[in-house]
Design a protein around this ligand. Structure first.
Ligand SMILES: Cc1ncc(COP(=O)(O)O)c(C=O)c1O
Length: 380
């Protein structure tokens, strides 16, 4: 049988490649973005309780109501922003599904979607499969700052959507209030939708505040915010997330969601609803990861890698330009095979695989793993 691929340029993701290489060579895996420590046992017990008390059939299509209410309360508490849990919040199978469904709901052939590179890898294939055109704006190491004048030169009536991600994977940079105000101004009086991927909202450092799109009224009215419980509660394998948006946008989203996913794993939703009611379960996350970032960086401060401390996320970018002239993919492979440490080369997230000689290390790891990784890094 012959068929024409709808995604001819998509192969195996770098995450699978590096994780397979890490396994094959028994390397420490700092490549893929998941913690190697356990989720809180209280949360795991809550899932068993939910199963034992009968939450085993379909959840309502937009999600368990208690969970949607808990999400609405969290948005109110953190950002002083009101979302109606009946109509403006949908629980999804991870943020990835929310992102895919948002793009599928609104992007038609030839619509343009602006993304900032280096970009998380699920945006572009979703745009492409729906016939949209990705307009990439390349940000540069080491600060990955947006030049909003440059963005405005790419912005036109064809721009149906802008995707932002703050705190940003893979660079560890964050959007400031000035960035959000510039985006608000750029999109004012247009029909452009903003997809604000905020899966690392609770992981931000050095006293910085997360600038959620919902804090800016002009942005909130055109934005979907996507979030991930996997990132927040150390259980990426559960694949539960959600999105929030004004009712008119969410009504359209739900039309697609109900025939694609319909509803998400119910006992997990019930457990997350109970767990989310206690704000201390997420408010300490920045401090928790900042301690890990600081430990990792203090251990490698005398190495030949250069860095600017990540401002958010659990990823640290390290510059290896003083070590080798190899391209980043080759160096990442050599680091895994010869030295036993896996990381992700940033070029895979860039326009035309631009190589800034930097690798991304996930520091959501036990202190013991971070110490072992630092030993390797210090010997390179
Ligand atoms: C920026 C970003 N968005 C979305 C996701 C996907 O989140 P989930 O695992 O909830 O689908 C990730 C996961 O790595 C991410 O880094």
């Amino acid at each position: 049988m012959k068929h024409l691929s709808k995604l001819p340029n998509v192969g195996t993701t770098i995450f699978s490649v590096m994780s397979a290489l890490a396994n094959e060579h028994n390397a420490i895996n700092m490549s893929q973005g998941f913690p190697n420590f356990k989720s809180d046992s209280k949360l795991i017990d809550l899932v068993s309780q939910a199963m034992n008390s009968g939450f085993n059939q379909y959840a309502p299509m937009p999600g368990n109501m208690e969970l949607r209410e808990a999400i609405a309360k969290k948005m109110e508490l953190l950002y002083n922003s009101t979302y109606n849990p009946e109509t403006e919040i949908t629980v999804t199978a991870g943020a990835t599904q929310a992102i895919y469904t948002i793009i599928s709901t609104f992007i038609r052939p030839n619509d343009e979607v602006i993304i900032f590179r280096p970009a998380y890898d699920c945006y572009e294939p979703a745009i492409e499969i729906n016939g949209g055109k990705t307009i990439s704006i390349q940000l540069n190491a080491p600060h990955y700052k947006v030049n909003w004048e440059e963005v405005s030169t790419h912005f036109s009536s064809k721009t149906k959507m802008i995707i932002i991600n703050t705190p940003q994977n893979p660079s560890g940079s964050v959007f400031t209030k000035a960035d959000m105000l510039a985006l608000q101004k750029l999109t004012e009086n247009t029909n452009c939708i903003v997809l604000s991927d905020e899966v690392y909202e609770h992981i931000i450092y050095d006293g910085l505040e997360h600038e959620s799109a919902c804090k800016f009224p002009g942005l909130k009215s055109r934005s979907f915010i996507t979030a991930s419980f996997g990132k927040t509660f150390h259980n990426t394998g559960w694949k539960v997330g959600y999105c929030c948006a004004p009712k008119e946008l969410m009504d359209e989203f739900k039309k697609v969601h109900q025939f694609n996913v319909f509803s998400v794993n119910h006992p997990t939703q019930k457990a997350l609803a109970d767990y989310l009611k206690e704000p201390n379960n997420y408010l300490g996350l920045s401090e928790f990861y900042q301690t890990k970032r600081d430990l990792f960086l203090s251990l490698i401060k005398d190495s030949r890698f250069k860095y600017i401390p990540a401002k958010g996320t659990y990823f640290q970018v390290l510059d290896f330009s003083e070590i080798t002239k190899e391209n980043d993919v080759d160096f990442a492979k050599r680091l895994t095979i010869n030295h036993g440490l896996a990381a992700i080369p940033l070029s895979v997230f860039n326009d035309n695989n631009k190589d800034d000689k930097v690798l991304r290390f996930c520091f959501a790891k036990t202190d013991d793993t971070l110490k072992k990784a630092a030993e390797i890094i210090n010997n390179i």
